[in-house]
Write a protein that binds this ligand. Structure first.
Ligand SMILES: Nc1ncnc2c1ncn2[C@@H]1O[C@H](COP(=O)(O)OP(=O)(O)OP(=O)(O)O)[C@@H](O)[C@H]1O
Ligand SMILES: [Mg+2]
Length: 366
């Protein structure tokens, strides 16, 4: 097993920059997920680690060794792709052992490793089947099995679950997490799905336009996003962003969102936000889960307000409510029994302990 280090990593395709200088330290045994919108450079970064793509600038290290010029087969990595590319004419056993047979590993050792991987992945019963006799999820496990038997220093995954239907994707996500807990191989995993990123990762790397926006644990990114992009990308439904002004109110500060609605700023934030009192280009950010139905006992930093609901969406365990503040559509998440109805007014509370203030020009969370 090994650390992976990226130093000022750059990739240009002809004139087009795909990766614009990435620095990242991935610890031994760590599970790191690269996430971001389509075209942000995730696969390109992964392929440079794998050695499948020439590096335009910077360095990739595996362990302590710079591997920029090392061919993929010498890097001791195993990659699992979106299309698992199993050999159709080989059995599961043959597919999983193929790489080891090429390396002339002895037969008893191969059998031991394949059986062990099959046990970890719960596919021991399937070893004599051909790929066409397997379900999508089973094929995915075989592809992972093929990577595990090689006992590489690093696993690389590029959207390995995106061919599966939604339910199976959730199941396999849990399986991948279990496998990592057993084998603890350093893993770099690429997805555009923020839920997959949050649920799998020790640390999430949010990429945008070829650069890293933020690196952190799932909880860090959720609670302390550094930029508007990260704040809006992590979490579903997405964080609400409403243009606002700061004003002095009742001895403290308030965020004025519309002529009717101003939310008091928690005292703990006042010193931090006071320099922006005259700023004309601020966004107030609050996640839907921090706007709920009014409850009998308000806590400090919870502020009640009343709005007409435009749309309600029952989800079963909760109901999403949509309304307008200052011309912007805002989403809240209320208890299904709270009586939310489209076209009716509803008393809601905003939990301002979880508010964010964003400089709209720079996109930085203040
Ligand atoms: N072989 C190539 N030649 C030219 N440009 C490329 C090539 N491969 C990728 N690109 C460009 O580099 C950028 C990054 O591509 P990359 O495949 O890394 O994105 P990604 O984050 O993996 O996106 P997705 O989620 O869609 O897979 C994109 O703008 C893409 O068009
Ligand atoms: Mg990709």
């Amino acid at each position: 097993m090994a650390r992976v280090t990226l130093r000022k990593l750059v990739k240009n395709y002809e004139e087009t920059p795909a990766v614009r200088g990435i620095d990242l330290d991935i610890a031994d045994k760590e599970f790191v997920v690269l996430v971001g919108p389509s075209g942000c450079g995730k696969s390109t970064t992964l392929r440079m680690i794998a050695g499948l793509e020439d590096i335009t600038g910077g360095e990739v290290l595996i362990g302590d060794e710079v591997v920029n010029d090392m061919p993929p087969k010498d890097r001791d990595i195993a990659m699992v792709f979106q299309n698992y590319a199993l050999y159709p004419h080989m059995t599961v056993y043959e597919n999983m052992s193929f790489g080891l047979r090429l390396k002339k590993v002895d037969k008893a050792e191969i059998a031991k490793r394949v059986e062990n991987a099959a046990r970890i992945l719960d596919i021991s019963e399937l070893l004599q089947r051909k790929p066409k006799q397997l379900s999508g999820g089973q094929r995915q496990r075989v592809a992972m099995g093929r990577a595990i038997v090689r006992d590489p220093k690093v696993f690389l995954f590029d959207e390995p679950l995106s061919n599966l239907d939604a339910k199976l994707r959730v199941q396999m996500r849990t399986e991948i997490k279990k496998v990592h807990q057993k084998v603890r191989t350093t893993t770099v995993y690429v997805t555009h799905d923020q839920v997959e990123a949050m649920t799998l990762a020790d640390r999430v790397v949010v990429m945008n336009g070829g650069v890293i926006e933020q690196v952190g644990t799932p909880n860090d990114l959720y609670h302390f996003p550094a930029t508007r992009f990260v704040a809006g990308f992590i979490g579903s439904p997405a964080m609400n962003f409403i243009p606002c002004r700061l004003e002095v109110a009742g001895g403290g500060l308030a965020a004025r969102l519309s002529p009717e609605i101003a939310f008091p700023v928690p005292h703990a934030r006042e010193a931090r936000y006071r320099p922006y009192l005259d700023s004309g280009n601020l966004l107030f950010g609050l996640r839907p889960e921090h706007i709920v139905e009014q409850r009998p006992h308000a806590e400090s930093d919870q502020h009640a307000f009343e709005v007409p609901l435009e749309v309600t969406e029952p989800m079963g365990m909760e109901t999403l409510v949509y309304f307008e503040i200052g011309g912007v559509e805002v989403c809240g998440r209320v208890n299904p029994n709270a009586g939310a109805q489209s076209g009716h007014r509803m008393k809601l509370v905003a939990d301002l302990a979880n508010m964010h203030l964003i400089d709209a020009a720079s996109g930085k969370v203040l």
